[in-house]
Design a protein around this ligand. Structure first.
Ligand SMILES: [Zn+2]
Length: 597
């Protein structure tokens, strides 16, 4: 919209805010009611339970199974243009500046410990007695005795079959029996001094990929056992039973294998090694890289407007990660799937009008899949006007999650975040009202879910998921990012469906669906309500500075003022991108034209 009108409108009509406080923002109440009734946290969670069964590594059979499941649901729900797009990945093809990583699959990964008799038998069998002396006779007798049945003397420590997370991604084939040595973190040369790691497995606290070039490349270790912990939060390292998802470096020349173990298991091993005990491990791995591809599931709800249906509002998630990967990120994918089901149903049954723009749903592998899609099929980035990206949106109380509506980078000013925040803040109020009094028009509570208030936060830009790719200057597409942080189970075997709250899924689905549907229809200046949402967003942004400008040195305050003025100009311009003003009123955004700069 024209910036002058926008500013005047926002100043004159600020008073409307109070009167409208309890009404749903931006959309007609009948649309909000239809969404609130139809969106189901249970349906979303049931889909999550299915996806969480698969170990969804890049290009793997587990990822493919999850992709097929999502595509099948989209077809059953009646979506249009359902497809699984394929982008070859072999370690040589580039998508933009990104070298594709070959697929990785595993069939087997077992780690056993041999007890002292088992270790002695193994030694006797592999270094047969050479002299008929006392020692040689003992060894021979041991080998021939029933005592040497390996089944009696090996104890399973980790099994890919039972818990695929135990085998680090990019592990290669192995069949090794050897001793374990503790090298601490394993990232410095000094960690290996005097440890005799050659031919042994090394126990490390760092990620396998961070140690493999030293441990295997330089010091000749036979393999890696890692007790790396999940991402750092207040709960980091507290739960001794967590097994973290581990990775080797995809392109390292020092191919090897790695097992991930819990802090509890590693602690016991370290204690025994400190007391001079010998630990003998037997590792069998059948796994490896192979040419494959990135798969991206997609579908649409076609738009109704002859001119605007070529433009798209996209819903995005990432479908990959370790099993169970319930919050990260089966939750985001089942929530956009629930948005797809709900909107398709309400639109096809005539409860809601078909939106002007097309709505697209995209289920890729995190970041790599989105980069492949936008580079290999540039028409996607041309059509997509805005994105609603969900990555971790279902964490219940157990996870300690805080729900964020995350703004975009300062380099890409946009009003779309303020749209999402308008809906999120309304859900905050409605859900608090219900929690506090037991009454409320829109509690947005799932029958099998929690009743706690949402308490979403409007947060400054953070990176780390596919929203980065869209908002990167290569594509410049604004992305609403809905995400939980922290989650004390992220990237571990305990990121399980049991921690997922259907109420939270329903609320995230509502905020996403309402924002996406609003943007898919926005084709005029957006009116008072959008102006109010933008002013409100601006005030929250300004309040988030760690101190008011008057307490800053002049130069800093001036820089901030210019920066804010530029950002505000960009926000107005971003509205124009959705709703071109009448001819003659269009002011192309150029910071040099902004008189306040
Ligand atoms: Zn994620």
């Amino acid at each position: 919209m024209n910036r002058a009108y926008f500013v005047v409108g926002t100043l004159l009509l600020g008073g409307a805010l109070l009167a409208e406080a309890q009404k749903p923002p931006l959309l007609p109440e009948k649309d909000v009611a239809a969404l609130a009734n139809e969106l189901s946290g249970e349906t979303a969670k049931r889909n999550l339970e299915a996806i969480a069964r698969f170990h969804r590594q890049r290009g793997s059979r587990g990822f493919h199974a999850a992709a097929e499941l999502v595509a099948e649901r989209l077809r059953v729900y009646g979506l249009s243009d359902v497809a699984i797009l394929q982008f070859p990945a072999d370690g040589k093809i580039f998508y933009g500046t990104q070298r594709s990583r070959p697929a990785w699959d595993a069939e087997r990964g077992n780690l056993w410990e041999l007890d002292p008799v088992g270790a002695a038998c193994y030694e006797a069998a592999h270094k047969p007695p050479t002299a008929p002396d006392e020692e040689g006779r003992k060894q021979l007798a041991l080998l021939l005795s029933e005592d040497c049945d390996p089944k009696l003397h090996t104890h399973l420590l980790a099994s890919y079959e039972a818990e695929p997370v135990v085998l680090a991604e990019d592990s290669e084939n192995a069949d090794v029996t050897t001793e374990l040595v503790d090298v601490g973190e394993g990232t410095k040369e000094s960690d290996y001094t005097g440890k005799g790691a050659k031919g042994k497995m090394v126990l490390v606290s760092a990620q396998p990929g961070a140690v493999q070039d030293l441990a295997v490349g330089k010091f000749g270790a036979a393999g890696i056992v890692s007790y790396a912990q999940n991402q750092k939060t207040a709960w980091w390292g507290e739960d001794e039973n967590l097994i973290r998802w581990g990775h080797l470096e995809t392109f390292s020349p020092n191919k090897t294998f790695a097992f991930m173990v819990s802090l509890k298991m590693a602690g016991r091993m370290r204690e025994r090694l400190t007391h001079g005990e010998k630990i003998t491990l037997h590792a069998v791995v059948k796994a490896g890289q192979h040419p494959g591809g990135y798969e991206v599931v997609t579908a649409t709800i076609p738009g109704a407007d002859a001119k605007l249906k070529g433009e798209e509002i996209a819903f995005s998630c990432h479908l990959d990660h370790q099993r169970p990967g319930a919050n990260d990120n089966a939750s985001g994918c089942v929530t956009i799937l629930e948005v797809a089901r709900t909107l398709e149903k309400l639109i096809s049954e005539g409860e809601m009008a078909r939106p002007a723009r097309t709505m697209r749903f995209i289920f890729p592998q995190e970041i790599e899949g989105t980069i492949a899609l936008l580079n290999a099929q540039p028409e996607f980035s041309k059509r997509i006007k805005a994105v609603v990206h969900m990555d971790m949106v279902g964490g219940g109380l157990e996870t300690k999650a805080v729900f964020h509506v995350t703004r975009g980078p300062m380099s890409l000013p946009s009003f779309v975040h303020d749209v999402a925040w308008a809906f999120a803040e309304w859900v905050n109020e409605e859900s608090y009202q219900f929690a506090a009094t037991g009454k409320g028009d829109y509690p947005m509570v799932a029958p099998e879910g929690g009743k706690e208030p949402l308490r979403a936060e409007y947060s400054a830009y953070t990176m780390g998921s596919d929203h980065d790719v869209y908002q990167d200057s290569s594509f410049g597409i604004p992305a609403i990012y809905l995400n939980d942080w922290p989650d004390r189970y992220i990237h571990t075997n305990f990121d399980a469906a049991a921690n997922i709250d259907p109420t939270k899924l329903k609320r995230a689905a509502f905020i996403g669906a309402a924002s996406g549907y609003y943007l898919a229809n926005l084709n005029s200046a957006g009116g008072v309500e959008l102006a109010l949402a933008v002013i409100h967003g601006r005030s929250i942004r300004l309040l988030s500075f760690d101190r008011p400008p008057r307490q800053m040195p002049n130069e800093e305050a001036e820089a901030l003022r210019r920066n804010e003025a530029e950002y505000d100009g960009g926000v107005s311009y971003s509205v124009d991108q959705f709703s071109p003003p009448p001819t003659g009123f269009a002011v192309p955004y150029d910071r040099r034209l902004n008189p306040s700069l």
